[in-house]
Design a protein around this ligand. Structure first.
Ligand SMILES: C[S@@+](CC[C@H](N)C(=O)[O-])C[C@H]1O[C@@H](n2cnc3c(N)ncnc32)[C@H](O)[C@@H]1O
Length: 230
C-alpha cells in the first residue's frame, strides 16, 4: 500500500501504509537520515541513551528499532538491547548483533515489568495511537525503570521554527527524491501533524503511570524522558 502524504491515513490503513513505506526505503534509510540531520541524529541518540541513566547490563527495548541505531548505541554503553519493528525490510537492513523481533509496539510480546528501560526513535508519529503505546511501555518497563523517546519536532524559537519548516517541508523531500523516494520523504515531514501538543503528550504519559516527565528540545528533534512510577 502506497502512502498518500496529502491524505494522512489512520487506523489499520496507517499501520499497513507505514510498514510498506519503511519496507521500501529501508536500503537507504541510514544514509538519508545522516544527510537530512547533518549527522546530528547520532548525537541525539547518544543523549537519549545517556538520559536513561541505567546501569550497564540493563535490559532495554529498542521499540520501532528500524535498522538498529539505538540497539548499537545501547550495546556500546554495556546495556542489553532487544529490537522490535513492524517492517521486515528495516529489520533485514539492521546492523546490530542484538536480538530483533518483528512485531507491533502496540502489542509487545514481552512480559509485564520484564525490562529496565525502553527507547524509541523517530517513530511516535508513525503509530496508530499513542495512549495505547504508553500503556504498553508502562506494562513492560519495571517500576523505577526509564524511557527515552526521541522524535522529530519543531524548534520552540520562532525564527528557528520558520527556517526549520522551510528545510523540513521543502528541502528534505528533495533530498529524499534524490537519494531514495520522494513520496516517503514528503510524508515524513507531514507526519508531524499526527503529534499532539506537548501538554497533551505529557498528560498521556502521566495517565499511563510515568513520572519525572521531562522534555528537551533540539533544533529538529525533541527528547522525552520519564520514570515508571506506578
Ligand atoms: C523513522 S523509523 C525510525 C527507526 C529507528 N528507531 C531510528 O531511530 O532510526 C520508524 C520505524 O518505526 C517502525 N514502526 C512504525 N510503526 C510501528 C509499529 N506499530 N510497531 C513497530 N514498529 C513500527 C517502522 O517500521 C520504522 O522502522
Amino acid at each position: 500500500m502506497r502512502i498518500d502524504p496529502e491524505n494522512l491515513p489512520e487506523g489499520d490503513e496507517k499501520r499497513d501504509a507505514v510498514r510498506s513505506l519503511f519496507d521500501s526505503i529501508a536500503g537507504r534509510y541510514d544514509l538519508v537520515n545522516r544527510v537530512i540531520t547533518f549527522g546530528l541524529d547520532v548525537r541525539w541518540r547518544r543523549r537519549a541513551v545517556s538520559a536513561l541513566d541505567l546501569n550497564a547490563g540493563s535490559i532495554v527495548l529498542d521499540l520501532a528499532c528500524g535498522t538498529g541505531d539505538f540497539c548499537r548505541e545501547t550495546s556500546r554503553v554495556g546495556m542489553v538491547p532487544i529490537g522490535i519493528d513492524l517492517s521486515m525490510g528495516m529489520l533485514a537492513a539492521a546492523r546490530t548483533d542484538a536480538p530483533l523481533l518483528q512485531g507491533d509496539v502496540l502489542a509487545l510480546p514481552i512480559s509485564d515489568g520484564a525490562v529496565d528501560g525502553a527507547v524509541c526513535g523517530f517513530a511516535l508519529r508513525n503509530l496508530v495511537e499513542l495512549p495505547g503505546f504508553f500503556a504498553e511501555l508502562s506494562r513492560v518497563v519495571r517500576l523505577g525503570g526509564r524511557i527515552s523517546l526521541l522524535d522529530a519536532a519543531e524548534p520552540s524559537n520562532t525564527v528557528l521554527r520558520t527556517g526549520h519548516r522551510v528545510y523540513f517541508q521543502k528541502i528534505v523531500p528533495r533530498i529524499g527524491a534524490l537519494l531514495s523516494d520522494r513520496t516517503a520523504y514528503t510524508y515524513l515531514p507531514r507526519s508531524l501533524a499526527y503529534m499532539p501538543a506537548w501538554p497533551d503528550l505529557k498528560g498521556q504519559l502521566s495517565a499511563a503511570g510515568f513520572a519525572d516527565i521531562e522534555r528537551h528540545v533540539f533544533i529538529g528533534a525533541h527528547l522525552i524522558t520519564a520514570t515508571r512510577d506506578r
